[in-house]
Design a protein around this ligand. Structure first.
Ligand SMILES: [Zn+2]
Ligand SMILES: [Zn+2]
Length: 207
């Protein structure tokens, strides 16, 4: 039976910045937890409590065209930790991480941080779908398969995400992002942390 789509609402910790994601179903969302050094560093700089029980940052990836910033646009902020790293979006009012995009606005997906959502809520579980994979967890723990940190889970997650991203790109959904202007410039000036802080050690992942 098809799961009815749902509007998912998110807010920063203090409630000033609010987002809405329209028409979410498991078939258009990709739920994934990232353990790369960049994601872990960012969480530690902002709010370490967002990390899950295994130390990962859990996100659901959706098309930017489904996302609207409904309040607090003035406190939207963006940080880049390494020269080639992802753009990390957060609410500057209370330093709440909101999500991640690639540097290149042409890649049409946004990974929204799940920490603000109650994923214990069965109705939310139903619209976001199951966690598909844990990526960049190293060394791989003994229970890797049980927590989806194994290659089979990664492969299955990519088999879901890649066709979705391709479809969004073909529809031009990358041009309807609340995070980028039409010409691909980020909508706020990017805080380039790497210009004033020691470099993160080189690892795989979002950096
Ligand atoms: Zn806030
Ligand atoms: Zn990461």
């Amino acid at each position: 039976m098809a799961v009815p789509s749902k509007t998912v609402r998110m807010a920063c910790r203090c409630g000033r910045l609010q987002l809405r994601v329209d028409a979410v179903t498991p078939s258009v969302a990709n739920r994934v937890a990232c353990h790369c050094r960049g994601c872990t560093q960012f969480a530690h700089d902002m709010r370490p409590e967002i990390l899950d029980a295994w130390g990962g940052t859990e996100r659901f990836q959706v098309s930017p065209a489904r996302i609207a910033i409904t309040a607090g646009r003035d406190v939207l902020a963006c940080r880049q930790q390494t020269r080639k790293g992802a753009l990390r979006w957060y609410a500057s009012c209370c330093e709440t991480p909101l999500g991640l995009t690639l540097r290149d606005a042409k890649v049409p997906f946004v990974g929204l941080d799940i920490h603000a959502l109650d994923v214990g809520d069965p109705s939310l579980q139903a619209v976001l779908g199951p966690l598909r994979a844990r990526v960049n967890l190293s060394p791989r723990p003994d229970n890797a398969k049980a927590i989806k940190a194994n290659p089979a889970a990664l492969f299955s997650m990519l088999r879901h995400l890649i066709p979705l991203t391709w479809r969004w790109w073909r529809r031009g959904e990358q041009r309807h992002s609340p995070f980028f202007e039409a010409d691909g410039t980020p909508v706020v000036s990017v805080d380039r942390r790497y210009e004033r802080m020691p470099a993160l050690a080189k690892t795989a992942g979002c950096r």
